[in-house]
Design a protein around this ligand. Structure first.
Ligand code: HPA
Length: 274
């Protein structure tokens, strides 16, 4: 079991390394639902479809492509994960974390995570971007549970899951580029059903400003490998019971698409100054 989890990381990392050639990415950008268009900002060097990477499942969710895109962004070599693995698809937490772990093995030190999220705080309405200050893992899944994966820390400190220096940089870039940026706490839930109004009231009471179905598991795995994280939520609508709208995946995707320009600019600015 120990060997199996470590091997999965090694096998994926080896396959990615082989395709990268001389490119040595320092940053991994994880693209959220409806945010795959961020790859348009990348000067593409190579596209690695998931079926070429051992252990990477093919994504089933509409709006996710299923490839790693390697290239230059903001003058820096990057890898972008277009199509992430979600717990709600039935994947284990360690599968959701595999791309982050494999990139850690390749020497990637910084992870920029994007996601679509519902706004709980009233200033986090549809169209807002929210820098993630901290998270609450309400999925109750943890990619570190089970035998220790080689390269992971067994009991990583989670005092600063989202790196203070990178958050400060994100605020600076947003200011310089005239991009409005909220900052708040992200609650990661299992999904795939959206929350009930009562659940949103509960999340509000435990301190959440936004809610979504990703990110927390990847951040835990990244921190266990000493990788620095910065997370940005594209708030697609207010969450259930707060706004009048009913939630639908199509609406969430359409709203996320509308934010790709601002989010792409913010991500590019962060990469350029990391
Ligand atoms: N809840 C969970 N995930 C989401 C939401 C939401 O309201 N909006 C976009 N992703």
């Amino acid at each position: 079991m120990i060997a199996a989890a470590g091997d999965a990381t090694d096998r994926a990392a080896d396959a990615i390394r082989e395709r990268l050639g001389s490119l040595r990415p320092a940053v991994l950008i994880v693209l959220g639902s409806g945010l795959g268009g961020l790859t348009r900002h990348i000067e593409v060097g190579a596209r690695l479809p998931y079926h070429e990477i051992p252990g990477f499942p093919l994504p089933a969710v509409q709006g996710h492509r299923g490839e790693l895109v390697a290239g230059m962004l903001g003058g820096r070599p990057v890898l972008a994960q277009s199509g992430r693995f979600h717990l709600y698809e039935g994947h284990e937490a360690r599968t959701c974390a595999l791309p982050v772990r494999a990139c850690g093995r390749l020497g990637v030190e910084t992870v920029i995570l994007t996601n679509a999220a519902g706004g709980i705080r009233r200033t986090c309405r549809g169209g807002a971007l929210m820098l993630i200050a901290d998270h609450v893992n309400v999925t109750f899944q943890n990619p570190l549970a089970g035998p220790l994966v080689p390269g992971d820390e067994r009991f990583p400190d989670m005092s600063d899951p989202y790196d203070p220096g990178l958050r400060s940089l994100a605020r600076d870039v947003a200011w310089d580029r005239g991009i409005a940026l909220e900052e708040g706490i992200y609650a990661g839930v299992l999904g795939p059903s959206y929350e009930t109004p009562a659940e949103i009231r509960m999340l509000e009471r435990i301190g959440a400003d936004a809610v979504g179905m990703s990110t927390v598991v990847e951040v835990i795995a990244a921190r266990a490998r000493g990788m620095r994280c910065v997370g940005i939520s594209a708030i697609t609508t207010l969450a259930a019971g707060i706004g009048p709208a009913r939630l639908s995946h199509e609406e969430v995707m359409a709203a996320a698409h509308r934010m790709e320009g601002a989010l792409g600019s913010l991500v590019e600015g962060i990469v350029a100054r990391v």
